[in-house]
Structure formats: C-alpha cells, structure tokens
Design a protein around this ligand. Structure first.
Ligand code: NAI
Length: 251
C-alpha cells in the first residue's frame, strides 16, 4: 500500500508513533523516525529493521523550528524525497480546572501539541510542493472534537487547534497534490494512558466506558487508519478529522 514512499513519523519512540512506524514499514514505506527521546526512537528503528523494513532515527523536538527543518532535511537526504508525514508527537498535560490552570502547563501543551504540528506541517508542505504533492496526517484526539470536561482544557484547546489547522491547510493545498487529514483517537493503551491512570483522576473502568465499545484502543488500531490516509487509496480524502474512537463522538 505504501511501497517505496518516504514518510516521517514524529513521536516515534513510543505508543501510537512506534506502532505506526511498524505498520507503515509493513506496507513498504521507508521511514524517517523522530522523537525528543533518541534512545526509544532508535529502538523503534531497530524494531522496524529487524522486521525487514527501512528506518532512520533522528532526535528532534517538534517545538523547535531548527530541529524540525533538520528532520525534514534528513528524510530527503536519506530517501531523495518526502511523500508522507505523520505529525504525531504530543504530551498530555496536567489535569487542572480552568480556574486553577497555569501558564507553564498551557505553554508546554501548546508548544508541542499545536505549534509542533504547525512547524512540522509547514516544513513538510514546503518540501512536497516542488515534487508534486504528498499526504500528511496530524494526530488530534477526540478531545479535538468535543470538550471532554475532565480538566484538560489546554490539551483540548490544542487538539481543536490541530483540527482547524488541518482543515485550513487542506483547503490551501487541495489543488496542489497535498492531502492533509487529522486522526482523532479515543483512548489508546500507550505510555500516555498509563500516565493518566497513574494520576488517579479517572479509573481504567471509567476510561473504558467513555467508548461505546467499552475498552481503550490498541495503538495498532489507530495506525491502520493512518496508513490508509497516507496511501493513494485515500486519494479523494482531505481536510477530514477522522474519529477512530470506538464510537465516542457518535454519542
Ligand atoms: P506516548 O507518550 O506513548 O508517545 C508520545 C511520544 O512523543 C513519546 O515518544 C515522546 O517522547 C514524544 N514526544 C513528546 N514530546 C515531544 C517533542 N517535543 N518532540 C518530539 N517528540 C516528542 O503517547 P501516545 O499515546 O502514543 O500519543 C501520541 C499522540 O496521540 C499524541 O499527540 C497524543 O496527544 C495523541 N493521542 C493519544 C491518545 C491516548 O489515549 N493515548 C488519545 C488521543 C490522542
């Protein structure tokens, strides 16, 4: 489905990013994997290589423009072009009411979850325009579609921002061969999930019950949707915020 395509994955050291790297490589993509944690990112590259795929790992903080530029250059240098990108790196942020919220948490969440996606998207579009296009998928959340109401206002605001950015950019480049979509996962069993459970704010049973399917997703269940959006099979799909959420936002 993705044979020979050159694809960037951010946040590739863990969770949805790692799982998606393995799924994309299985469909034939050549990967440039990026994460702020270089050790775990290299581990993902090793897992891809061991499974017969092609991957290069770089250290990049997606909230820093210079790191993002270097990341895109590394993909082009490794594979000669850039066909796709999964802008997925993110942080969860503190659980705090709006009244008790802090500037520090707001700035951290916005800089990684929204500004980071914008920096990646900008650099990737600039690279894709001269070569005729590509496909970009941004990770939002069901928290990019509904309010959640559990004290994650900065996270929810950033993820709504990702949906708006995705739609605006998709319209700008619709006639230039670049498709841009967002994936909006429900709760997924990753490191982020474990951190949320560890806060004690919500129990595993409560998290499961948020989804009509009554369980969290496995990361691979998100990765398959991302692979399809990145592929030419989704050639008429752009500007979408696709809830992959066990029915959460259908309620
Ligand atoms: P995770 O914590 O397992 O993985 C996130 C990865 O991003 C880590 O490897 C981390 O080192 C990396 N990262 C963090 N800040 C970074 C930065 N500034 N630059 C580069 N890399 C950075 O989390 P998970 O669950 O895999 O999350 C991936 C994405 O999915 C995030 O955008 C998250 O908001 C989103 N998401 C997760 C859900 C869940 O229930 N786990 C639900 C909906 C969305």
């Amino acid at each position: 489905m993705l044979e020979g395509k050159s694809v960037i994955v951010t946040g590739a050291g863990s969770g949805i990013g790692r799982s998606t790297a393995l799924v994309l490589a299985g469909y034939g993509a050549r990967l440039l994997l990026a994460d702020i944690d270089h050790g775990t990112c290299r581990e993902t590259a090793d897992l891809v290589t061991a499974a017969g795929g092609t991957a290069t790992a770089v250290k990049a903080d997606v909230s820093l423009a210079d790191d993002v530029e270097a990341m895109v250059e590394a993909a082009v240098s490794a594979y000669g072009r850039l066909d796709g990108a999964f802008n997925n790196a993110g942080v969860d942020g503190a659980f705090e009411s709006v009244a008790d919220s802090t500037q520090e948490n707001w700035d951290r969440v916005m800089s990684v979850n929204l500004e980071g996606v914008w920096l990646c998207l900008r650099a990737e579009v600039r690279r894709m325009l001269p070569t005729g296009g590509g496909s970009i998928v941004n990770t939002s959340s069901t928290g990019g579609l509904v309010g959640m109401g559990i004290g994650l206002s900065a996270y929810v605001a950033a993820k709504h921002g990702v949906v708006g950015l995705t739609r605006a950019a998709a319209l700008e480049y619709a006639t230039q061969g670049i498709r841009i979509n967002a994936v909006c996962p429900g709760t997924v069993r990753t490191g982020m999930y474990e951190q949320v459970v560890a806060t004690g704010v919500v129990t595993e049973e409560q998290i499961a019950a948020m989804q009509p399917i009554n369980r969290p997703a496995q990361p691979e269940e998100i990765s398959e949707s991302v692979a399809w959006l990145l592929s030419d099979r989704a050639s008429f799909v752009t500007g979408q915020a696709w809830a992959v959420d066990g029915g959460l936002v259908a309620q």
